[in-house]
Design a protein around this ligand. Structure first.
Ligand code: PLP
Length: 396
């Protein structure tokens, strides 16, 4: 993994940076950086030129798509579209839905999976995976007309809690609904394949998957996507434009990949996914780090963990908490400048959920006022026990 090495603290000491903000953007894997660097000398146009460079780049781009498709367990009716990120993937899917589609989400979703949809039903925050399944079942039982798309996260970016996606998929399919999975936070920690989850669509971002910024994936059933208006009208998305302006749009993934595609982003994602599938060991270590951090936080009287599900629910490497009596912004600066620790503070683009969990945390701690922001520590490949201990010591 590429690392920034040592950084200087306010008091002049140098320490290795404890990056505990990996859920926001993960560092780049060495193998990904190498794959991108190897391609740079051969940089040429994709799908648009003749000659050795263009041929190579077009081949690399389509090979990246095939690699992603294979690793996601693409079925015969599925497609893989490269997008800018998860937000872009959900906006694309939202535009491609047939007109009579109702989208069912939970209040707890990241804004990327709350705001793109127009005709929505929002289910109240469930207090356990079982409650989520039951709420979906009841909602689908009541709603029998038109197409229904259920769109849920696989792992919360606020609490790290893992959602029961396979069981939600089973319920959705039982009622003839489709299901889209926001795998932005699951994919860096565990396999998030269409085949494994049984989902109809899966979306995730390269920059959370140890690859650089600027590319993401929407994979899943091609029929609605093939029938939809192109997401970005322009070159690449158009097969033929007549003199009178009539357009015949491209079919397949090109229909929604208007403009010159992000070759390096696609190659980076394919390389990262392959590396994560091959070497799951660093991810297996995460459960131990989660336990260590949560146990340490539980022993701090002024810190209250945020959680929606029961305390023993399965989690990825994300733990958010309220620090009572401290300004979260000041705290983040102190952690950064005095301890060499990077965390995230705020409402994490999941405002309704985080506000609610902050209020509950303040209640549990008997505080009169809830903090306006939470603190989130998130980790993954490269995180050590020493990083976790440094955070705990600093909070102490
Ligand atoms: N979904 C979840 C669960 C996330 O954590 C994020 C980013 O934090 C997103 C969606 C949006 O990802 P991006 O900003 O890469 O579009």
């Amino acid at each position: 993994m590429l690392s920034p090495g040592e950084i200087k603290l306010r008091d002049g000491r140098s320490v290795d940076f404890a990056n505990l903000d990996i859920a926001a953007t993960a560092p780049c894997l060495r193998v990904v950086a190498d794959a991108v660097a190897d391609l740079l000398p051969y940089y040429g146009s994709v799908h648009r030129g003749a000659g050795a460079l263009s041929e190579r780049c077009t081949r690399e781009y389509e090979q990246a798509r095939e690699t992603v498709a294979d690793l996601l367990g693409r079925g015969p009716d599925d497609t893989v579209i490269f997008t800018r990120n998860t937000t872009d993937a959900f906006n694309l899917l939202a535009r491609a839905l047939p007109e009579d589609t109702t989208v069912i989400t939970f209040d707890t979703e990241h804004h990327a999976n709350l705001l793109p949809w127009s005709n929505t039903v929002r289910l109240a925050a469930p207090r356990s995976p079982e409650e989520a399944i039951e709420a979906l079942e009841i909602s689908l039982y009541r709603r029998q007309t038109g197409n229904v798309l259920v769109s849920v996260t696989a792992a919360s970016n606020v609490t790290g809690e893992v959602w029961p996606v396979a069981r939600l998929t089973e319920v959705a399919h039982r009622f003839g609904a489709r299901i889209a999975v926001d795998a932005a936070q699951l994919a860096p920690h565990a396999p998030a394949s269409l085949a494994g989850l049984g989902a109809d669509y899966v979306a995730f971002s390269g920059h959370k998957l140890y690859a650089p910024f600027g590319a993401g994936v929407l994979a899943g059933r091609a029929d609605w996507l093939d029938a939809a208006e192109p997401y970005l009208a322009g070159g690449g998305a158009s097969a033929h434009v007549a003199d009178d302006g009539a357009v015949r749009w491209a079919t397949g993934p090109a229909r929604h990949e208007g403009g010159t595609p992000n070759l390096l982003g696609a190659v980076a994602i394919a390389t990262a996914l392959r590396a994560l599938v091959r070497d799951a060991a660093p991810r297996a270590r995460e459960a131990g780090l989660v336990r260590r951090l949560r146990a340490g936080l539980a022993s701090l009287p002024h810190v209250e963990e945020l959680r929606l599900f029961p305390a023993d629910a399965e989690r990825v490497g994300i733990v958010s908490f309220a620090v009572l009596g401290a300004d979260p912004g000041d705290l983040a600066v102190t952690l950064g400048r005095d301890h060499g620790i990077g965390v995230r503070t705020g409402l994490f683009c999941a405002h309704p959920l985080t506000r609610r969990l902050l209020a509950e945390a303040a209640d549990r701690a008997g505080a009169t006022e809830a903090p306006g922001q939470a603190v989130r520590a998130s980790f993954g490949i490269g995180t050590t026990e020493a990083h976790i201990d440094r955070l705990l010591a600093a909070l102490q």
